[in-house]
Design a protein around this ligand. Structure first.
Ligand code: AMP
Length: 512
């Protein structure tokens, strides 16, 4: 079992079918892609790289991301995808920890030579062209034999609580993830196309797998970033497109569609499916997204340790407005995806009854093999085959999972548990609020108090009094923020997640 066979299948069957596009420009057919993968796999082998070795990708989104991924798998190597926004010292730490041998970069992401690599290749160089010089895929370099549990993707966690850990994702994990897309997310065929707007080092990069399974097209925007205008334009020319995006990116697409006055039919010609996940989608935001862009959303919940697989909230449920519990359901993250079991558990891992909040556990073939060279962290995260996600949530009697928060984000004030997400949902409904993030701050009297960071909508005059009145009208008194901080924007990582650690540090420094 090797993911490279997914590519070879289509290359044999339809070598001339368009596979990768850079913007609207053709970059590779399925035949080209396989021949280049075989070529690079041969050069890896000639350079002495052996199955199991790691190669780092530290670059902006680029068609060559896909070529290196499949060439590495072809040769039996594992990819280490690195967030393009990391500092040189952070990448070098990862290179050292992963003992990576080669690195593929774009110059805009790193103009410097990274220490620890045997060879650093600029993917836009003539050297890269030589490495990718095509060879007949079936003769010189057969796809490496892989066991299902061989490493395919070594994904480093964001490391907000200490050093990042390498999550070992295997060929089996990604096969499972890819096939699950067809069952729980969306049907795909050769006429489909995925657009890589969010960073390919994260979820959307992995969605290359189901799109190769389907023999679909892969579109990389030339800007290498998220530019809604560019994306709608690509959608009009090549669409309808599918993509995966964090809620902050979805919001930008919705803002664009609304400002441009696009109707559902026009949006539908550009976008088939937008899968969202990776961070909370607030009720107000998904309702607006559906209203502006129509029924083209699917939510997934997963984490690096069970990539893209956990729960899914399908299009049909997001459209079922007549259901008596419609709002409750669309505020949830949906039901277990096909290959996994879910459990809400106490600290010992014992199952809790429906409706009780506890830690979310996941079990199934999408769950990582463990943390790279970190048996202790692995033993803490996977017990009896269950992945302890660190997320708090509850399951209803129908199997819908509602997430409360990460357990580390929970605020305990005067002995009561407060889930920031609940307060954020309420604040987002207050007139004039564009975005908000709620954290706990140490307090001598209460243990912790609730602090809300609020980004006002342009031109809105927000006062603490109006926000407080709004909270009093909608949530229990003790959950109200004791303090508001108005900001122009929230700190976010490259994947669009709000960096709550930074906000907590800021309030702590203020107190000091
Ligand atoms: P990462 O490993 O970087 O993908 O982060 C995974 C974490 O993001 C999860 O453990 C959740 O806390 C959060 N997350 C992922 N998907 C969702 C979702 N659909 N809704 C809310 N939070 C999510």
């Amino acid at each position: 079992m090797n993911l490279a066979h997914l590519l070879l299948r289509h290359a044999r069957q339809a070598p001339d079918r368009a596979a990768i596009l850079h913007g609207t420009a053709p970059h590779a057919t399925y035949g080209d892609w396989a021949a280049r993968s075989a070529g690079l796999a041969l050069r890896f082998r000639e350079a002495g790289l052996v199955p199991g070795d790691r190669v780092v990708l530290f670059m902006r989104n680029h068609p060559r991301y896909l070529e290196v991924m499949w060439a590495a798998w072809w040769a039996g190597l594992a990819i280490v995808p690195v967030n393009a926004k990391l500092h040189t010292t952070e990448v070098e730490w990862i290179i050292d920890n992963a003992q990576a041998r080669w690195g593929f970069v774009t110059r805009d992401v790193t103009p410097v030579a990274l220490s620890g690599l045997e060879r650093q290749v600029d993917v836009e160089s003539a050297e890269m062209d030589r490495l990718l010089a095509p060879i007949e895929p079936d003769c010189a370099v057969p796809v490496a034999e892989c066991a299902p549990d061989d490493l395919a993707w070594l994904f480093y966690t964001s490391g907000t609580t200490g050093r990042p850990k390498g999550v070992m994702i295997t060929h089996r994990n990604l096969m499972t993830m890819g096939m699950t897309y067809f069952i729980d997310v969306d049907a795909l065929s050769t006429s489909d196309a995925i657009v890589y707007a969010a960073p390919m080092s994260h979820g959307v990069g992995l969605y290359a797998v189901p799109h190769v399974m389907a023999g679909a097209r892969h579109v990389v925007p030339p800007s290498g970033t998220v530019d809604p205008e560019e994306l709608f334009d690509l959608g009009r020319r090549l669409g309808p497109l599918s993509t995966f995006a964090a809620p902050t990116i979805v919001r930008r697409l919705v803002d664009h569609a609304e400002a441009a006055g696009l109707d559902h039919a026009t949006v539908g010609r550009a976008f088939k499916t937008i899968v969202y996940g990776g961070a909370p989608m607030y009720l107000a935001d998904i309702r607006r997204a559906l209203q502006v862009m129509g029924p083209r959303f699917v939510q997934i919940y997963g984490q690096g340790e069970s990539p893209m697989v956990g729960t899914a909230l399908p299009r049909a449920i997001l459209s079922d407005t007549g259901h008596p519990r419609y709002l409750e359901r669309i505020a949830s993250v949906g039901i277990a995806q096909t290959p996994v079991q879910l459990r809400i558990a106490d600290e010992q891992g014992r199952a809790l009854p429906a409706g009780t909040a506890g830690e979310v556990l996941v079990k199934g073939d999408s769950v990582m093999a463990g943390y790279w060279r970190n048996a202790q962290a692995t033993a803490a995260a996977i017990r009896d085959g269950w992945l302890f996600t660190g997320d708090v949530g509850c399951l209803d009697a129908d199997g819908f999972l509602t997430l409360k928060d990460r357990s580390k984000d929970l605020i305990i004030s005067g002995g009561s548990n407060i889930y920031p997400r609940e307060v954020e949902e309420v604040l987002l409904n207050a007139p004039g609020v564009a975005e908000t993030a709620v954290v706990g701050a140490p307090d001598p009297e209460w243990g912790e108090i609730v602090v809300a960071f609020v980004v006002p909508l342009p031109g809105a005059e927000l006062t603490e009094e109006t926000l407080d009145r709004h909270c009093l009208a909608h949530i229990a008194r003790f959950k109200r923020p004791k303090r508001y901080v108005m900001v122009d924007q929230l700190p976010k990582n490259n994947y669009g997640k709000v960096l709550k650690t930074e906000l907590r540090m800021w309030v702590r420094n203020q107190a000091a």
